[in-house]
Design a protein around this ligand. Structure first.
Ligand SMILES: Cc1cc2nc3c(=O)[nH]c(=O)nc-3n(C[C@H](O)[C@H](O)[C@H](O)COP(=O)(O)O)c2cc1C
Ligand code: SF4
Ligand code: SF4
Length: 278
């Protein structure tokens, strides 16, 4: 950071840990950086950004910004911010995420200086199987390289937007037009499609990992409450893979979470006290 003194703040949202792992790695390499979970600030009307350098690390959902992140960006007071950047973690198709997040930041009176994408493992098991151990190792290498690249830009407070190819931008735009709007409109109620198998052992992990307290146990089985962010943490962290999505072939598909992120890390997302000085 330019004056060598400045503190940075990194706000993150995560379901399966990719965004948390990236936020932590960026904070360590940048130094003097606070990592704060967006889910811990859901109750706050306005969030004053406490440092001149501020970043937001979150996954791409249906070619756009997750609802919880969008709502958070619009509640920010960015008057102290000098350099604002985004880090998108994704399977590979960012679509309109950067422009939508920029719109939200502008509504909050801020300006976006930089946006970076990191291709991680796609966790959307409603439509595909998640990558295997080899893919996880490859992802670690990509992530390390991207983190170093991003930190270089942030230290220099350089204006920069990662651009996908023209074909990638067209595909992302088309997919958002076809699917993104519907996803946004139905997101919170999409937990209606979640079901639980007899194999459930009533361990309560699905309750603990939900970043928005949308799961409770009733008669020792999970029940969803209709305020879902579609992060898929409950599905991926269930130790016996008992949670399925109705109408999708999720049974037998690999469950995934970032190897450096634990149930406790995800559970801590809801509590402000998890903010970590790195
Ligand atoms: C509901 C949902 C929608 C997703 N949509 C996209 C998408 O449009 N483009 C993409 O590249 N990845 C998409 N993904 C994959 C995630 O963005 C990716 O796996 C991300 O790194 C997960 O981050 P997390 O581990 O921090 O939750 C989607 C995942 C979910 C759960
Ligand atoms: S995490 Fe899985 S096994 Fe544990 S209570 Fe939830 S559904 Fe049941
Ligand atoms: S119910 Fe499951 S998918 Fe929905 S927000 Fe909670 S953990 Fe994420």
């Amino acid at each position: 950071m330019k004056d060598g003194q400045s503190e940075a703040t990194l706000y993150y949202f995560t379901g399966t840990g990719n965004s948390l792992a990236c936020a932590r790695a960026i904070a360590v390499e940048l130094g003097n950086t606070r990592v704060v979970p967006i889910a811990s600030l859901r109750g706050e009307k306005t969030v004053g950004v406490p440092s001149p350098v501020v970043g937001f690390v979150f996954p791409v959902y249906f070619y756009t910004t997750p609802l919880i992140v969008r709502e958070f960006l619009e509640r920010l007071d960015l008057s102290k911010a000098r350099y604002v950047f985004l880090v998108l973690t994704m399977g590979g198709t960012p679509g309109h995420t950067v422009s939508h997040a920029r719109d939200s930041l502008e509504k909050a009176g801020g300006v976006l200086n930089a946006a970076f994408g990191i291709r991680m493992l796609g966790n959307y098991i409603a439509e595909y199987n998640v990558g295997d151990a080899k893919a996880v190792e490859e992802m670690r290498g990509r992530m390390a390289r991207d983190v170093t690249r991003i930190v270089g830009h942030v230290r220099a407070e350089r204006d920069h937007i990662d651009r996908s190819s023209l074909a990638g931008r067209m595909l992302g735009g088309l997919l958002f037009a076809l699917l993104g709007g519907r996803f946004m409109a139905t997101c919170r109620q999409r937990d209606r499609r979640f079901t639980v198998d007899e194999s459930c052992i009533s361990c309560g992990i699905c309750v603990r990992v939900c970043p928005v307290a949308n799961v409770r146990l009733a008669d020792s089985r999970p029940e969803w409450l209709g305020r879902c962010e579609q992060c898929f943490a409950c599905i991926h962290f269930c130790p016996v893979e008992a949670i399925q999505i109705r109408g999708k072939r999720t049974r037998g598909r690999r469950r995934y979470h970032h190897p450096d992120v634990t149930v406790d890390d995800i559970a801590a997302q809801r509590s402000a006290s998890t903010s970590a000085d790195m």
